[in-house]
Design a protein around this ligand. Structure first.
Ligand code: ACO
Length: 451
């Protein structure tokens, strides 16, 4: 009985896939910018922004020349932002970054304190929200729980469809503030329902920052060290923004360009970030490195590491997709500045936690992957470690479970998404609407008896 429709479903799948084929050469013939990319690999210019700037190459004499990567938020180097917070007694580094992204300027001390107070005031979830939404619908993936929670917040907003500055700023502050409890509670609900663990629901604390509150809510004993909070705060700064062209921010801009509401735009961005080629790569890197650890008995043996990397690229190992997760980027060529910062953090943590051997294996993979990629694919494109390569190792050292790696990315990036949403609505509004060429000739309708 269970397989009653098995044959029918198989045939339908075959038919659907047969009708989902476009000969690759036609993209070239019709000059299609596949993946919104130009022939030289650079992105098609589709907008202007004053928020994030991602630099990975220069165009000299119409040639794309690789350069060391740089990432600027409103003109400020992301590394300077991460370092700047280190000198303050009360860090609030992520809060400072969110302020900069939303309001365009670095906050003075009082402005930062006030902004933090607004976040603190908005942190708690609406009454019974955890019980009615998070605990009732508990998908296996925290990203899906986050997206459905965000969509559900629409129902608790007095002006959910409003596009006035007052509404957009209020919604932005509320979403940035509520992402940590939404993610922590979604994780706790999942552990409780799936693994029958005790349900841990800590109410956010007013004296804690975004990073501190997240660690507090994730842990049954609510404890965390200063080092852990500092590192998480820096990781959030590094993930907060990445220009308008990255898939999830562009998704935010696409949805926002229709005049739709904040909750729909942000839920769509969460769906985009979840994909393994985007933010979801941090989970894939962690799993891929587990595979490499198991396959390579001596981490000093470069030949064994290369063999393993080439098996992955040849679709013979790991997930058979031929992807080296945590490598490659649409813009960065020689280096991703976020990966450089995260590598330093990973080393600091590896020393602290006695995991230097594992860290060395990551370094070996980072060193050997670009050559393996070139050898196996024959592509000239330079690939380097991206933001997702070291982030999973850092999270693991912090005792953060793999289920929340991508949600943590979203917790940081929501500030960038919201800044781009405001810019999309107020800078130069026009619905985003590219074109698709249809390849099917018109056909006469055939009555059902004649088919
Ligand atoms: N492993 C295998 N092949 C790769 C990799 C990789 N890491 N990176 C690029 N390539 C391939 C691409 O598939 C493409 O092949 P094709 O010409 O046959 O289509 C070719 O190299 C050139 O690709 P690019 O134009 O440089 O990269 P693209 O912009 O298409 O993709 C992406 C960028 C998705 C990040 C890619 O590098 C990738 O798949 N990396 C692995 C997944 C990953 O780490 N994603 C996280 C990126 S960072 C972020 O989103 C937060």
């Amino acid at each position: 009985m269970k397989n009653k429709f098995a044959k029918l479903k198989k045939e339908l799948c075959k038919q659907a896939i047969e009708h989902a084929q476009i000969p690759p050469e036609l993209y070239h013939k019709f000059n299609v910018k596949r993946g919104l990319r130009n022939d030289d690999g650079s992105g098609v210019l589709v907008g202007l922004t004053e928020i994030g700037s991602v630099l990975g190459y220069e165009i000299i004499d119409q040639e794309l020349v690789p350069v060391a990567g740089r990432l600027l938020y409103r003109g400020y180097d992301v590394e300077a932002l991460a370092r700047g917070a280190r000198t303050r007694k009360r860090r609030l580094g992520y809060e400072e970054t969110a302020y900069l992204l939303l309001f365009g300027e670095l906050p003075a001390n009082k402005q930062l304190e006030q902004f933090n107070e607004l976040l603190v005031d908005s942190r708690e979830l609406p009454k019974n929200f955890s019980r009615d939404i998070i605990m009732t619908f508990t998908p296996l993936n925290v990203m899906n729980s986050l997206a459905s929670s965000v969509l559900s917040l629409y129902a608790r907003d007095p002006d959910p469809d409003g596009l006035s500055p007052e509404t957009l700023i209020r919604q932005s502050i509320e979403l940035i503030a509520k992402f940590p409890p939404l993610i922590a509670y979604s994780y706790q609900a999942l552990m409780h329902k799936l693994y029958k663990k005790s349900l841990v629901i800590h109410t956010p604390q007013v004296m804690y920052s975004t990073a501190e509150n997240f660690l507090y809510m994730m842990r049954a004993d609510g404890k965390f060290s200063e080092l852990e909070a500092r590192i998480l705060d820096e990781v959030l700064i590094l993930h907060a923004e990445h220009g308008g062209g990255n898939n999830s921010t562009f998704t935010t801009r696409v949805v926002s360009s229709t005049g739709s509401d904040t909750y729909s735009a942000i839920a769509a961005a969460i769906g985009s970030l979840k994909g393994p080629l985007h933010g979801g790569a941090n989970i894939q890197v962690f799993n891929m490195m587990k595979h490499i650890k198991d396959a390579v008995s001596n981490i000093e043996d470069d030949a064994a590491v290369i063999e393993c990397l080439e098996d992955i690229l040849n679709k013979k190992a790991f997930d058979n997709q031929g992807k080296l997760y945590g490598f490659g980027h649409a813009v960065y060529t020689i280096s991703d500045p976020r990966a450089i910062c995260l590598k330093e953090t990973a080393e600091e943590l590896a020393k602290d936690k006695g995991r230097l051997d594992e860290f060395r294996l990551y370094c070996a993979v980072e060193r050997l992957a670009p050559e393996s990629f070139e050898r196996v694919t024959g592509k000239k494109k330079k690939i380097c470690a991206n933001v997702d390569f070291y982030s999973g190792f850092v999270y693991d050292c912090l005792g953060i479970p793999v289920e929340v790696y991508t949600p943590l990315f979203a917790m940081a990036r929501v500030a960038g998404w919201l800044a781009h949403r405001i810019e999309e609505i107020y800078a130069s509004p026009r619905i985003i609407r590219p074109a698709y060429k249809n390849l099917t000739s018109p056909r006469e309708y055939i009555g059902i008896k004649e088919r």
